[in-house]
Design a protein around this ligand. Structure first.
Ligand code: CA
Length: 266
């Protein structure tokens, strides 16, 4: 796994970088990805150190449509919900097409959240969406202008005794889309993108593949003699008969959870 304190830069010129948890992502246009219909593109959430901590997250993205569907989401590293889900972009359900941001937290086992509408941010064009996460303060910005500020219920990152968040993108509506053409993370205190991005990408790719093979092997071996029902790996991902992850089933589970709870998890 990439060191969570490393800088990150994903241009989509050469694959998806650390965003390895992907389904139905259109990569046909070089340098960008588009999520339409039911689709998602996320970093893997294995535990509290997964993803990234305090720092500046900068996303160059465009949404289309005026209904809920697209989202730029930062998901709890331990993949547990309710939890510290941070949503840098969603569209309001009132048909106005307004964009808004939300922070969620676990309030004694229940989901709690604070949402703030971004005034004057239009869909259909690219914007620079930015989250600055620091101790006791989260700031959302669009095109360099502050659109939301939170000082209550701000999560503590892994390096300071709490948990990191993973970077994710999602779309859930046939009438909306989300196109992303650049993702950058600069840890608090700086960090050299040029020195770290290559190593980070190769390390993530190698480790994810290795971990996946190990998990599948474990599931296959432990499943011997039990032929009924869907098999799951230890991350809770449904597996096909050949041991590969069943992305369609996983997507269905994620969307069912969203319908039931309003948030994304499996
Ligand atoms: Ca790009």
């Amino acid at each position: 796994m990439a060191n969570a304190t490393d800088a990150l830069s994903i241009s989509f010129d050469n694959g998806l970088g650390s965003l390895g948890n992907a389904w139905n992502v259109d990569q046909s246009v070089p340098g960008q990805v588009t999520l339409a219909g039911s689709s998602a593109l996320m970093e893997w959430a294995f535990g509290p150190s997964s993803g990234h901590g305090y720092g500046t997250y900068t996303i160059d993205a465009k949404v289309t449509g005026n209904q809920p569907g697209p989202g730029i989401i930062f998901w709890p590293g331990d993949n547990q919900w309710p939890g510290q889900e941070l949503d840098l972009l969603e569209i309001t359900p009132d048909g106005s097409g307004r964009q808004y941001g939300t922070i969620h937290w676990n309030a004694n086992g229940s989901n709690a959240y604070d949402a703030k509408v971004f005034d004057g941010v239009t869909s259909g064009v690219f914007h620079q969406y930015q989250m600055v996460w620091e101790a006791g303060h989260i700031t959302f910005k669009v095109d360099g202008k502050e659109t939301a500020s939170f000082t209550d219920h701000v999560p503590v990152d892994f390096a300071h005794g709490g948990m990191n968040d993973t970077i994710g993108f999602i779309n859930t509506n046939n009438n909306t889309s989300l196109t992303v053409r650049q993702v950058d993370f600069t840890p608090q205190g700086g960090g050299s993108v040029a020195a770290t991005v290559g190593n980070a990408v190769s390390a993530v790719t190698a480790n994810v593949i290795t971990a996946a093979v190990d998990q599948v092997a474990n599931v296959v071996s432990t499943a011997t003699g039990t032929s009924s029902g869907t098999q799951y790996d230890s991350w809770g991902e449904p597996l096909k008969a050949d041991g590969s992850v069943d992305w369609e089933a996983l997507a269905a589970t994620v969307y069912a959870n969203h319908e039931a709870t309003g948030s994304w998890f499996w």
